[in-house]
Design a protein around this ligand. Structure first.
Ligand code: MN
Length: 695
């Protein structure tokens, strides 16, 4: 039978997945399905796009017969799931018919005998390619091995950059699975919840889908910590009534004032989610009662078209402050500089009649829709000739990154995840142009962001008119002027200061071209996140060793590639001759060993003594002055009594920088030393290099 000729003839569904089983639909089932489909059409009619009812109906009928007879673990007919996903797509994300159709069909290729070609034949190439993207990233991102996880993640991001709707529908799919997670067995709940918290919630956040992000986090938390969730939920319910009283009291004069100003508006009370309360309790280390800002108030108003939205937000702010005292340090103007995910609003914190602080978010209706639906709404409001938004830039940056993919998918994943989680800082060019950089970016990153050429010739920067080194970490509001010299060229050590994907990728490419051997992994991911990927965690006890002064006389040897010192995170690798060599965990050679010879790995612990000393290189940078070098040497050799192996400092344009190799006993000692060096007034940077420079 030719695939193309079979019009709506049901094909055999695959039921390899144990979570689905086959039966015939009852009359009640049919009724429920029809009702859900009608509700979907109703949601669709509420939107500005509304001409493709027929196409949507075709897709629905097709998906329905393709999944016919299959049920979800919950007992519902399978088609209820794609229907729910389609409703999320239209109602909660504001997407149009192409996305609705793709959502309806999203599991057809994965779960039945229909192919992407069948979909293309019936519904055209666009829908088919989105369904194909969704099929490629079906299944979990977290496999059994870190390398497979990372590769799946890469696939996910790749598909996303091809058509952003793929990822939006994927998030909708995940949201519905989370809402119905109850029906899954506990081990599966854990895995799905963990993955949601790790990847999908941050993605939703990045794409500006704030309510969805919050719900994903909250649901994931509920399944990962059911008891804690129940406790907080109970406290919250008990408190709710009090919060609403506070709100009503607070809202009354606000309503009056806004009416007097002639505005049409909505006032909303928002209570913090269980997850965000828990997070605050963790990070601030306070009990439930210590989380004071449970309540937030939102003002959503229809702006007067003759005046700028920004001015009107500030006018409302100034009207509010006639009643309530504002907190001087807690004003966030996301209108003048919107967040990278497109978010705009004016946030202020005001003191209530009873002396409590309440956060108030002031938004126009347009800003509100962007805040709720992120991307989709954001593009709808774009007129086409405006500047590229921060979100567009972010997506473009990902595309750039994918054009030059690292050979190692784990590395890619780390870079990308850093990018995903990073908060932003705003800095200014000398011409007053605002640039948004990830938090923790350095002057070097900034130079590379402006232009690769600037990055490659960067010698430092003038930050707020003061000379600063390449390694300077940008602070919000800094004015940054990049200083260059045509004599300058990229150095291996720069990898220590390059934190953005762009700077890293460009720097590595250039170094490779110059024939420099580059260690591939230069990561500083969140420690907690990273520990998930550490294969050493899973080693049995028989594969653990302790490094002592004695064992270093032949049994264990220090690897020459990365020169670990006591206190470093290290691992052992059994060489062919039976000797175990000790590497830093992030040593590039060790990374390769981890991937290829996992069975020869040992988890290692280093007993710190002060008998042995080990070579270690410190990078120092600062403002040059007469006698600088002597001052540095005095600290090292007199205060700390350490031997010096090599000194390599140069001075250029008033800034000196370079390396000093010392012999040290432990990481703690190195840290103390660096602290002491930084205490010298002119020294800006003193820190251990992650990579030992070539001789
Ligand atoms: Mn699905």
């Amino acid at each position: 039978m030719s695939k193309k000729s079979c019009n709506f003839a049901p094909k055999l569904a695959k039921i390899e997945d144990m979570n689905k089983y086959e039966t015939i639909n009852t009359e009640n089932d049919e009724l429920m399905i029809r009702e859900e489909f009608e509700a979907l059409l109703e949601d669709y009619r509420q939107t500005p796009h509304r001409q493709k009812i027929e196409l949507i109906t075709d897709c629905f009928e097709f998906a329905k017969q393709a999944h016919a007879g299959i049920r979800r673990r919950s007992g519902e007919p399978y088609i209820m799931h794609p229907l729910a996903v389609a409703r999320i797509v239209v109602k909660e994300m504001g997407l149009g018919s192409t996305s609705i159709c793709s959502a309806l069909l999203h599991d057809v290729v994965e779960d039945t005998d229909y192919t992407v070609e069948d979909i293309e034949q019936r519904f055209g190439p666009k829908i088919a390619s989105i369904v194909e993207g969704l099929t490629k990233i079906s299944g979990g991102v977290f496999g059994e091995q870190a390398s497979i996880q990372a590769e799946n993640f890469r696939k996910l991001i790749l598909t996303m950059s091809e058509d952003i709707r793929v990822i939006l529908i994927k998030i909708a799919d995940r949201l519905h699975n989370m809402r119905t997670l109850e029906a899954q067995p506990v081990e599966k709940q854990y895995k799905i919840a963990g993955e949601t918290l790790y990847i999908y919630a941050p993605l939703a956040h990045r794409l500006g889908l704030f309510p969805i992000k919050t719900e994903l986090e909250n649901l994931a938390f509920k399944y990962e910590h059911p008891e804690t969730y129940a406790q907080i939920e109970e406290r919250l319910q008990a408190d709710k009534h009090l919060q609403m009283e506070t709100f009503e009291k607070f809202a009354e004069p606000v309503r009056k004032k806004l009416k007097a100003m002639g505005y049409e508006f909505k006032l909303e009370a928002r209570i913090k989610s269980v997850y965000s309360i828990w997070k605050k309790m963790q990070t601030k280390n306070v009990p439930f009662d210590g989380v004071y800002d449970l309540l937030a108030v939102r003002i959503i108003f229809k702006p007067n078209p003759d005046m700028s939205e920004k001015d009107q937000c500030w006018m409302i702010y100034s009207a509010l402050t006639q009643y309530y005292k504002p907190h001087p340090e807690r004003i966030r103007d996301w209108i003048s500089t919107p967040k990278a995910n497109g978010y705009e609003a004016l946030h202020v914190t005001l003191m209530t009649q009873d002396g409590e602080w309440v956060e108030v978010q002031i938004r126009t209706e347009r800003m509100h829709e962007i805040a709720e639906r992120g991307l989709a709404a954001h593009w709808r409001y774009k007129t086409g000739f405006e500047d590229e938004s921060e979100l567009d830039k972010w997506i473009r940056a990902i595309q750039e990154m994918l054009k030059h993919p690292e050979p190692d998918a784990i590395d890619f994943m780390d870079t990308f995840k850093l990018n995903l989680f990073a908060d932003e800082v705003f800095v200014f060019t000398p011409h007053g142009e605002i640039k948004i950089m990830p938090q923790g970016s350095t002057a070097l990153d900034f130079a590379y962001m402006l232009h690769t050429d600037l990055g490659e010739h960067c010698i430092g920067a003038k930050v707020n008119h003061k000379l600063e080194p390449l390694s300077y970490v940008l602070q919000g509001g800094d004015q940054v002027e990049v200083l260059t010299s045509h004599l300058q060229k990229p150095q291996l050590e720069w990898l220590n200061w390059a934190t953005t994907a762009k700077a890293k990728e460009n720097l590595k490419r250039r170094l490779r071209r110059d024939g420099v051997l580059i260690p591939d992994l230069q990561k500083k991911p969140d420690k907690k996140e990273y520990s998930k990927w550490n294969p050493l965690r899973y080693l049995p006890h028989s594969r653990r060793i302790t490094i002592t002064d004695d064992s270093l006389n032949g049994e264990h040897v220090i690897a020459p590639c990365c020169h670990p010192i006591p206190g470093d995170d290290v691992l052992g690798f059994m060489e062919d001759n039976g000797v175990i060599s000790i590497h830093k965990r992030d040593c590039p050679e060790a990374e390769a060993l981890k991937a290829k010879h996992g069975q020869q790995l040992y988890a290692a612990e280093w007993k710190v003594t002060d008998k042995h000393s080990f070579p270690c290189t410190i990078f120092i940078e600062g403002i040059d002055k007469v006698g600088m070098v002597i001052e540095i040497l005095l600290v090292i050799s007199q205060k700390f009594c350490l031997n010096i192996g090599r000194i390599d400092l140069t001075s250029k344009d008033g800034i000196f920088s370079g390396n000093v190799r010392i012999y040290t006993h432990s990481t703690n000692e190195v840290e103390e030393l660096c602290k002491e060096l930084r205490a010298i007034e002119e020294v800006n940077v003193a820190q251990r290099l992650n990579i030992e420079p070539n001789e």
